[in-house]
Design a protein around this ligand. Structure first.
Ligand SMILES: *[C@@H]1O[C@H](CO)[C@@H](O)[C@H](O)[C@H]1NC(C)=O
Ligand SMILES: *[C@@H]1O[C@H](CO)[C@@H](O)[C@H](O)[C@H]1NC(C)=O
Ligand SMILES: *[C@@H]1O[C@H](CO)[C@@H](O)[C@H](O)[C@H]1NC(C)=O
Ligand SMILES: *[C@@H]1O[C@H](CO)[C@@H](O)[C@H](O)[C@H]1NC(C)=O
Ligand SMILES: *[C@@H]1O[C@H](CO)[C@@H](O)[C@H](O)[C@H]1NC(C)=O
Ligand SMILES: *[C@@H]1O[C@H](CO)[C@@H](O)[C@H](O)[C@H]1NC(C)=O
Length: 412
């Protein structure tokens, strides 16, 4: 999400500036003669190909400057401001200090000067508070420094939060999209459309009720996964033997996946549960598994099964809120699996956000337009009379002793 640091409404922002230790300042205007803008307006790591910050004259504010010698884009850091990009009049090309590319032209008519930095890969570095400074001379050849306002570039976290203009009644129900009626959904879509948020890609996940395991990149950006409360299962894993390091996971999972309190270890799983039907299309045929959710049958084409996880017996203190397991302690996790064709034959699923499927049949299903990597979670289960078990159709798991290792496939 991108928001100007201070805002009165969605579109109005107040300018503010920090004084940089520069030889000569002229920031006496409360209005800034330069403007720094970001394109596109809403940036998300999953849906945005590239992001550009562009500094140029704000033609609705007067400038004293008649000639520019240097222009800079800066980013706020713990120690002050870091240089991102700079163009000097005596150097042919702009310099950049980050994983961005820059272009600039500061010669000629001052109304046309610009410096811009483009990130081809949106990453942490692309987010933060940015500003732009221009140094040059006024008509008497006195040095002048002018700036833009600061802008705060955030990642779009929730499309719903950006809809703006939603009625209060609709807005107060944001937490629970599952209860929205169709008039409210239309209102949401209309408002998302108004701010031009990838509307076409919002209802692409196939029909039925199901859940996906959530990677650290979050849930797919699709209305099917919006709303409802945060779904998780905090599995209390075998905690009595501190030497046992069997709780492990691959890097697509959040670093919060493992936690401990005193001698107790926890494996924290998060889920993206379908809360509402927006698209009734059938799942393509392939070989993979997804989570089954309570009170609904698997989507058509899937068969169900389950995996029993024998969690810690002593001083159990796990926690859970989800519809994919039956209990907090010693849960059964329910699954829907498809054995509908060779995994090597690509199927179509939405490609606009990364996601995880469970592996089934020894090989990751290939998906058109996505690269795939093998991932895993390995849960250290109860050592004493271990009861882990699997029933009927279930994802690929290894069970070397009191450990369950789930094989997953990550698509991006
Ligand atoms: C340009 O200046 C006007 C007048 O101060 C201001 O309202 C507007 O927001 C500025 N534009 C940008 C992109 O900073
Ligand atoms: C940025 O991405 C858009 C599509 O989202 C593409 O049309 C444009 O060419 C890209 N620009 C650069 C500089 O890569
Ligand atoms: C920079 O812009 C000026 C016009 O403002 C133009 O004459 C000049 O060719 C441009 N320089 C480059 C390198 O594009
Ligand atoms: C990106 O930022 C988030 C939140 O500040 C942090 O948790 C994460 O470790 C960062 N990732 C990288 C690769 O620096
Ligand atoms: C909507 O909510 C805002 C803040 O919660 C309040 O200021 C405003 O008066 C409300 N509008 C209506 C029409 O109830
Ligand atoms: C439903 O999903 C399919 C497959 O992704 C897509 O082709 C179709 O456009 C979607 N329908 C709607 C109404 O979004």
């Amino acid at each position: 999400m991108i928001r100007h640091r201070l805002f009165v409404s969605f579109l109005i922002f107040l300018v503010s500036h920090l004084c940089l230790a520069l030889p000569v300042q002229d920031v006496s205007h409360s209005e800034m003669p330069f403007r720094l803008t970001v394109t596109p307006e809403f940036v998300s790591r999953h849906t945005t190909n590239n992001m550009t910050l562009r500094c140029e004259r704000n033609l609705s504010v007067q400038t004293k400057m008649v000639e520019i010698s240097r222009i800079r884009i800066l980013k706020q850091s713990a120690s002050g401001w870091d240089l991102i990009a700079e163009k000097r009049d005596n150097v042919d090309f702009p310099t950049v200090t980050r994983a961005a590319v820059a272009s600039a032209n500061i010669s000629g008519d001052i109304t046309n000067v610009f410096l811009q930095a483009t990130w081809d890969n949106i990453e942490n570095d692309s987010f933060g508070v940015f500003t732009c400074y221009a140094m040059g001379f006024d008509v008497k050849a006195y040095p002048v420094t002018e700036s833009s306002a600061e802008i705060d570039v955030h990642e779009t976290q929730s499309l719903v939060a950006h809809a703006g203009g939603l009625s209060n009644a609709t807005h107060s129900k944001l937490e629970d999209l599952v209860k929205w009626n169709s008039a409210e959904i239309s209102e949401l879509k209309r408002n998302l459309n108004r701010v031009n948020i990838f509307l076409d890609s919002l209802t692409q996940w196939p029909g039925g009720y199901y859940a996906l395991l959530q990677p650290k990149t979050g849930c797919p950006v699709d209305l099917a996964f919006f709303g409802g409360t945060h779904k998780f299962h905090k599995i209390h894993t075998e905690s009595q033997s501190s030497s046992d390091k069997s709780d492990i996971y691959s890097s697509v999972f959040s670093s919060k996946t493992l936690s401990s309190q005193g001698n107790n270890n926890f494996f924290n799983l998060e889920f993206c549960e379908v809360t509402r039907q927006f698209n009734k299309s059938n799942w393509p045929q392939g070989s993979f598994c997804i989570h089954k959710v309570h009170h609904y049958s698997c989507p058509s084409g899937f068969t169900d099964g389950r995996v029993y996880i024998d969690t810690e017996n002593i001083d159990f203190s796990g926690d859970a809120r989800n519809n994919v397991a039956d209990t907090v302690h010693d849960p059964y996790f329910y699954f829907c699996c498809q054995d509908g064709g060779p995994a090597s034959e690509p199927i179509q699923l939405p490609t606009s956000s990364p996601f995880l499927l469970y592996r089934y049949g020894g090989e990751c299903q290939s998906i058109q337009g996505m690269s795939v990597s093998e991932e895993f979670i390995q849960i250290n289960t109860e050592l004493y009379r271990n009861d882990d078990s699997v029933y009927v159709t279930h994802p690929d798991v290894d069970r070397p002793g009191s450990v369950i290792k789930f094989h997953l496939c990550y698509y991006k």
